[in-house]
Unconditional design. Sequence first.
Length: 450
Amino acid sequence: MRAAPTILHLDMDAFFAAAEQAAKPSLRGKPVVVGGLGPRGVVATASYEARVFGVHSAMPMGQARRLVPNAAYLVPRFAFYRTISEQVMELLGRLSPLVEPLSLDEAFVDLEAGGVADDSDSAREAGERLRRDILATTGLTGSVGLAGSKMLAKIASEEAKPDGLVLIEPGTERELLGPKSVRILPGVGPATGEHLRRAGMTTVSDLAEAGEDELVRLLGRAHGASLYRMAQGYDDRPVVAERDAKSVSVEDTFDVDLHDRVRIRTEVERLAERCVGRLRASGHSGRTIVLKVRRFDFSTLTRSETLRGPTDDPVVVREAAGRLLEGVDTTGGVRLLGVGVSGLADYTQEDLFAQAAEPSAGVEVEAPEPAAPEPEEPAERRWSPGHDVRHAVYGAGWVQGSGVGRVTVRFEEPGSAPGRVRTFLVDDPDLVAGEPLPLVGGGDDEAAVA
């Protein structure tokens, strides 16, 4: 614990949904839900206008639609969010060399290490300046918590939401934590919370009064002792600038169970290609290829193969994932597939193709024939709600919806007034996929046509 509140926690407000509202003027002030739109999709982020109806992250999308049928439901645009995140992380890096990102929209910062704060006044000034800089740079808001520990800084940022700043003065931790629910503490999820409730402990002060021995008896040595310390307000974890990734993976849940073995193999190969794309983007290679299969009955199987050295070759990963699939029974159907790479390294061993073709002694694998070139575009293009498009006449816009051979587009830009809606055939040659426009400055040179 520090004597000054020089640990900062930033959490962007409803990040994905807020970015979509900023990019789409017609959605500002309206309920927006971002996530998977299929029957098995879940909510990634909901705007505050949707949250008042009870929509929250990780909720099944079908339930969200029942709660707010008139909300805008959009698929995520992760490349767009990542660009904004990079701008925010650059601003954090100006405050301190010790920045610990937790996700695209959340990070800890050690202000003391950056020499920008050594007491409450200077910490508050740094936090307020950060909020102003984020708004000016991205057009979005973030909430800031300041405290003498990471745990309390994160609690403070949650108290500050939306678009606020809360500073917890050292020495006031126990008074602040006491009346709050045990669920506010890290590591206390629904199951642990219910276990504690049955033992008569619902607030943080209940934990402190119970004592360490009682918590150890209930939860075990490690968890009980840790929880008792947190209930006292103690947390001495440092801000760690580099959080080494342990694995890179991608997965898809299918609206309808897959039964065709060829289709399943095709999906695994597609996921392998995506996984390698993420692996290369992170600057890593990896030794262990992992296949995840969730079957029709929700049973989940995981298979892995460790190579002789690290690789980021898509052929190697694709072939290894295919071999792993051969050992999995998909009878009855598959509802989810995933491909991952672990055992990460920051270099690549170049001679692994032979290993991919010869996984084990005594097993012959034919070298794959060169694949025929794929068509540049399917016969009917797929237009996902929320994605950017450009029309030769009307300029930049975004997809509101599609079906029955038609796609509906609203033509507007981040700095414009709400735009007009027009409908086209899905294969209209004048309509193409577009790139996200900047939320602040640098807007499109071509004005949208109303």
